[in-house]
Write a new protein. Structure first.
Length: 476
C-alpha cells in the first residue's frame, strides 16, 4: 500500500519534530558542571588514596624503629604484665645476674651466652644523665647507646678503656656545665636505650662479674653526688603499648616526630609525611580521615609490614655459607634496612662486634639438628679478635636457645677445656645428641632447623675488611 506524498511529508515532519523536542529536553537536563564535579571527586579520591598509600609505606618504614623503641621503652619502664620479665623505671638499669638460657631470654632476640646483660631506657629531655663505670681491670664490657633512629655509639673497653669513668648523656639542646671529671656524650635524640654487656669467663667468675655490673649505675645530673645512691625501684603500672599494624601507629609516629630533631637531608621527606597528615608539622587524627585516605593508609601498613618481613628474611651474599652484615648501627637513608634490623633485634657497630650467621651448610642445605656437623678452624682461620669469640646455635623459627643436657649455649676461645690439635687447629662438633666420646668441643644444636651465629668481640681489621672468613660448615 502506498501513501500519498502529502501524507508522507506530514509524517516526516512529525517524527523530526519529536526528535528535535527530545534533544532540546535532553540538553535542558544536561548539566556540565555536575559532570565536572563528579569527575573531580573521583580524581580527588584517587589522589588521596594513592598518596596515602605510597607515602604511607615510606612513613611506616621510616617510623618503624622509632615506634618499636618507644613502645618497648614504655613496656619495660612500666608494669604492663603480671609476669613481666624486664622492668626498670626510666633512667634506671635492669641487671640480669645470670647468663641467658632458654628460660631467661625475655625480649632479647638471638641473645649471647657469653656476657651478663644490663639495660635501661634513658630520658634526658630535662637534664643530662650521669653514667658511672667501674675499673674492670681489662675485662671486656660495653654499653651500646642507641637513639630512637636505632643508631649506636659505644662506651666500654674498646672505645673508652676499662678505668673507672663518669660519662654524661647530653641532649643537643642542653646548655649547662658538667662536673670536670665527667665526659659528655651527645645523643641525637633525648630518649633511647642502653644495652650493656659484661664478660663472664666461667662459673667461678660470676661473683666478680656481677659485682662489677652492680657498680655500673645511672643518676640524673641534679641528683649526682658521686655515689650510686638508693637502688629502690618505684613500681609504675600502665597498659601495654603495641601500635604496629594499625592506624594507631601513625598517631604515635606523628606525636613522637614532633619531639625529634630534624635530621640533615630529610626535610623533603618529612614534608611528604605532612602532606598525608602524619608528619611533624601537622596533627594526625584517624577520625578525620576520608575513606580514600583511610583505605590508602591501611593498605600501606599491610604492605610495609610485608616489606620489612621480606627484607628481614632476605639472605645476603654468603661465603663458605656465612653471611656477614657490616651495615649495622649507622643507616643513613636506608630506612627499609634499618627497619628490618630493628625487627630482628638491635645491633652493635661492626667495630664493636661482628656476627657471621649461617642457615645453610657447605652444600646449600638448610641446617637441621637431625644431622651432625663439624666446623674446623686451621690455626690461621681462628677468628681474629682483640676481645674474644664464640659460636651459638638458635632455633630458626624464633632465634631462641633450645634446652640441652649440658646447659651449654655457646662455645668459643674462652670455653674451659677446649681441645686443639697438635698444629693449633680447632674442630667444633655440632650435633643434637651427646657425642659418644667427649663433650669437650661439643656445641649442642636444636633438634629441627637452626641457625648459627658467631660473635667476634672487638674484631681485628682483617675481619672487618673481609680478609678473614669463617670456615665451611661440614655435614657429616
Amino acid at each position: 500500500m502506498r501513501y500519498p506524498a502529502k501524507q508522507t511529508t506530514q509524517w516526516l515532519k512529525l517524527v523530526l519534530g519529536s526528535l528535535i523536542l527530545f534533544f532540546i529536553a535532553a540538553l535542558m537536563l544536561f548539566n556540565p558542571a555536575s559532570l565536572i564535579t563528579s569527575q573531580q571527586a573521583k580524581n580527588d579520591a584517587l589522589i588521596a588514596e594513592s598518596m596515602a598509600y605510597h607515602v604511607g609505606v615510606s612513613a611506616y618504614l621510616y617510623g618503624y624503629p622509632i615506634i618499636e623503641m618507644t613502645s618497648q621503652m614504655h613496656n619495660e619502664t612500666h608494669l604492663v604484665e603480671e609476669d613481666q620479665a624486664v622492668y626498670a623505671p626510666v633512667n634506671k638499669l635492669y641487671r640480669l645476674s645470670h647468663l641467658i638460657n632458654p628460660k631467661t631470654a625475655g625480649n632479647l632476640r638471638a641473645p649471647n651466652s657469653d656476657t651478663l646483660y644490663f639495660h635501661g631506657w634513658y630520658d634526658i629531655t630535662e637534664e643530662p644523665l650521669i653514667i658511672h663505670t667501674p675499673d674492670t681491670k681489662g675485662r671486656y664490657f660495653t654499653i651500646a647507646i642507641t637513639n630512637l633512629y636505632a643508631e649506636v655509639v659505644h662506651i666500654g673497653r674498646r672505645t673508652t678503656g676499662t678505668k673507672e669513668r663518669l660519662f654524661a648523656l647530653v641532649s643537643p639542646t642542653w646548655s649547662g656545665t658538667l662536673p670536670d671529671n665527667v665526659t659528655p656524650i651527645i645523643t641525637e635524640t633525648s630518649k633511647g636505650w642502653l644495652l650493656g654487656r659484661m664478660l663472664v669467663t666461667g662459673s667461678e667468675d660470676f661473683a666478680q662479674a656481677n659485682s662489677l655490673m652492680e657498680q655500673i649505675w645511672l643518676k640524673p645530673l641534679a641528683k649526682f653526688n658521686g655515689q650510686q645512691g638508693d637502688k629502690a625501684v618505684e613500681k609504675i603500672k600502665a597498659d601495654k603499648h603495641d601500635f604496629k599494624g594499625s592506624l594507631s601507629f601513625f598517631a604515635e609516629f606523628n606525636r613522637t616526630l614532633k619531639t625529634l630533631p630534624l635530621r640533615a637531608g630529610e626535610a623533603a621527606l618529612l614534608a611528604q609525611f605532612d602532606e598525608i597528615g602524619v608528619g611533624p608539622n601537622v596533627t594526625f587524627d584517624a577520625d578525620l580521615l576520608t575513606p580514600p585516605q583511610r583505605k590508602g593508609l591501611e593498605h600501606a601498613i599491610k604492605d610495609a609490614e610485608d616489606i620489612i618481613q621480606a627484607s628481614l628474611q632476605r639472605t645476603i651474599k654468603s661465603t663458605n655459607g656465612w653471611m656477614i652484615s657490616k651495615d649495622i648501627g649507622v643507616y643513613g637513608y636506608h630506612y627499609m634496612h634499618r627497619a628490618s634490623v630493628v625487627k630482628g633485634g638491635y645491633g652493635n657497630l661492626p667495630e664493636e662486634s661482628l656476627y657471621p650467621a649461617a642457615v645453610f651448610d657447605e652444600n646449600g642445605n638448610l641446617l637441621n639438628g637431625s644431622d651432625r656437623f663439624r666446623v674446623h678452624f686451621n690455626p690461621e682461620q681462628l677468628p681474629p679478635v682483640d676481645g674474644f669469640w664464640s659460636l651459638s646455635a638458635y632455633k630458626l623459627e624464633d632465634a631462641q636457645f633450645e634446652p640441652n643436657s649440658i646447659d651449654r649455649y655457646s662455645i668459643g676461645n674462652l670455653t674451659k677445656g677446649l681441645t686443639y690439635n697438635e698444629l693449633g687447629g680447632l674442630t667444633l662438633d655440632l650435633q643434637h645428641e651427646m657425642p659418644a666420646d667427649t663433650t669437650t668441643n661439643w656445641l649442642p644444636i636444636p633438634k629441627g632447623h637452626f641457625m648459627l651465629v658467631m660473635r667476634l668481640y672487638e674484631p681485628q681489621q682483617k675481619a672487618l675488611n673481609n680478609q678473614w672468613i669463617p670456615p665451611s660448615i661440614e655435614r657429616l
